[in-house]
Each structure stands twice: as structure tokens, then as C-alpha cells.
Design a protein around this ligand. Structure first.
Ligand code: OAD
Ligand code: ZN
Length: 252
């Protein structure tokens, strides 16, 4: 029997969709030159996440954590959105789109996506651990930056292991997920919760799951379509098919 064409399966799903959600992880920004975490060459193959991305690690050695975030800020500052980020933005022409991202690199916003929910914060923003004042990370030059208002230590405004996600933000995510007709899960290893549970929630509410990843993940067995390969290639192909379909509709 002939293998079904996965692109056709995606189009078939999208034809009935109004609300489309994208859940993205580090893999979508890999082709913009930003390292991932759990791949062979990812951060967690070299560094201990508890030392660099946990409140305990920050308490023990804030200078080390800051050194790592400055290093990442440098890489991220010179990165540009790639064709996958751009395709997601373009799909706003056809659907109500929400982007839920675990990335802190700002690239969905730079690509112009209108509704971006940043689950794990944003590296360009920092905050005082005492008075919660917010700062532009790129302007903080001290090894361990201090708050000019209260003297408290400033930290990157990101979510670390063991920390709670912002409640209002989570509420907005759940509201969107329950009305999502299809969720694209792109470039995430689906190992970090609560994000890893989001696609299941969509499925429970009758929506479809389309996964794009270089490799299988724990989500793959329950995905309605699994597209193996680079995020840019698949997103470009999907957008092209979508345009063809919409053009043929406007002609008929
Ligand atoms: P991971 O590094 O765990 O997973 C990246 C995924 O992207 C892997 O499944 C890769 O196979 C896939 N991938 C790599 N390049 C790709 C490409 N060009 N196209 C498509 N897929 C590709 O990253 P996340 O799942 O985002 O949190 O990690 C989740 C959270 O864990 C992060 O937000 C971060 C991390 O620790 C904190 O630091 C708190
Ligand atoms: Zn302060």
C-alpha cells in the first residue's frame, strides 16, 4: 500500500481549522544559530542545569549564572527569525493563531507574530529579586547586577527548574488550548512540564496534533501527523500548500 503523503494529511486537518496553536521549543531556533538543550551538542550535554538554571544554582553562584546568560544573550542578540518563525507569522492570514513558546529568544515576536505567550520568560528582560523592578538585560554590565532602587540582586526574568510559571499566563494558555482545532508542536523534546502536557489537552478537546521534529519524542506515538525533519523545510512546504489551496478556493 502507498504511504500517505504527510503534507496532504496536514492540509486535510487545516481545512477544518479556525484556531491553530503553535507550541515551540529550542529546535525551532536551531536554524537561527541558537543551541538547543538536550541534543548531542545541546547545553545540557555540557553543563549541569541545576547550576545554571535553578534558583539554588543562582543563590550559590550568581556570577556564574550571569556569565552563562550573558553568553546566551550575545548569541541570541545576533540571531534572526528563520523561515519557520516567518511561516508561522504568515499563517495568521488564514487562522486565529496563538504561539506558545518555551523559548526566551524573542524570535517569534521579531518575526511579527501577534499573539505570543512566552512560557519561560524572555532573556532581554531582567528583574530585581527584592522589589520586582524590571530591567533591560543588555544594559546590565556588572558581574552581579544590583537594583538601583533597593540594592537587591537582579536576575534574568526567565523561569528556572523548580519554579512556578506565571498563573495568568498559564490560564491564558489553557483557555486557548481548549478551543484549539490543531496544535503544531515544533522542535521540543516534550520533556518539560507543563508545556509537554499541552498537546494532550488539545487532543482531549477534540483537536489534532501535528508534530515537527528531527527525531521521535514521547509525543510522537499520539501525534496525528509526525513530520520528521527540519522545522524550516516543513513549515515552508506547509505554507506553500496552504497558499495553493487558498488561491484555488478564491478562484472557484
Ligand atoms: P530540547 O533541547 O529539550 O529539545 C529540542 C528538540 O528540537 C529536540 O527534540 C530536537 O530533536 C529538536 N530539533 C533540533 N533541531 C531541530 C530542527 N532544526 N527542526 C526541528 N526540530 C529540531 O529543547 P526544549 O524542548 O525547548 O528550560 O526544552 C524545554 C525546556 O528545557 C527549555 O525551555 C529549557 C530547557 O531546560 C529551562 O531552561 C528552564
Ligand atoms: Zn529592587
Amino acid at each position: 500500500m502507498e504511504e500517505p503523503d504527510p503534507l496532504r494529511s496536514v492540509l486535510k486537518i487545516l481545512k477544518d481549522c479556525k484556531h491553530v496553536t503553535f507550541l515551540t521549543g529550542a529546535g525551532i531556533s536551531k536554524e537561527s544559530g541558537i543551541p538547543t538543550f538536550r541534543d548531542k551538542d545541546g547545553y545540557w550535554s555540557k553543563y549541569d542545569p541545576m547550576k545554571l538554571a535553578s534558583p539554588q544554582g543562582f543563590l550559590e553562584n550568581p556570577a556564574l549564572v550571569w556569565e552563562w546568560y550573558r553568553h546566551r544573550l550575545k548569541i541570541i542578540s545576533s540571531a534572526r527569525p528563520n523561515q519557520a518563525h516567518e511561516a508561522i507569522k504568515e499563517m495568521e492570514k488564514y487562522f486565529n493563531i496563538t504561539v506558545i513558546t518555551q523559548n526566551i529568544d524573542n524570535l517569534h515576536i521579531e518575526a511579527g507574530s501577534t499573539c505570543v505567550l512566552e512560557l519561560h520568560g524572555n532573556i532581554f528582560r531582567s528583574r530585581c529579586t527584592q522589589c520586582d523592578s524590571k530591567f533591560d538585560t543588555s544594559l546590565l554590565k556588572e558581574k552581579i547586577p544590583r537594583c538601583p532602587k533597593c540594592g537587591g540582586i537582579i536576575r534574568p526574568d526567565v523561569v528556572w527548574f523548580g519554579e512556578m510559571l506565571n498563573e495568568d499566563l498559564l490560564k491564558r494558555c489553557y483557555e486557548v488550548l481548549t478551543i484549539t482545532d490543531a496544535i503544531f508542536v515544533i522542535g521540543t523534546s516534550n520533556q518539560v512540564y507543563p508545556a509537554a502536557g499541552f498537546p494532550l489537552l488539545v487532543k482531549q478537546h477534540g483537536g489534532k496534533i501535528i508534530e515537527i521534529n528531527l527525531n521521535n519524542t514521547p509525543l510522537s506515538p499520539i501525534a496525528d501527523v509526525f513530520l520528521q525533519g527540519k522545522a524550516t523545510l516543513w513549515m515552508k512546504a506547509i505554507l506553500e500548500k496552504l497558499k495553493e489551496w487558498k488561491n484555488s478556493m478564491s478562484l472557484s
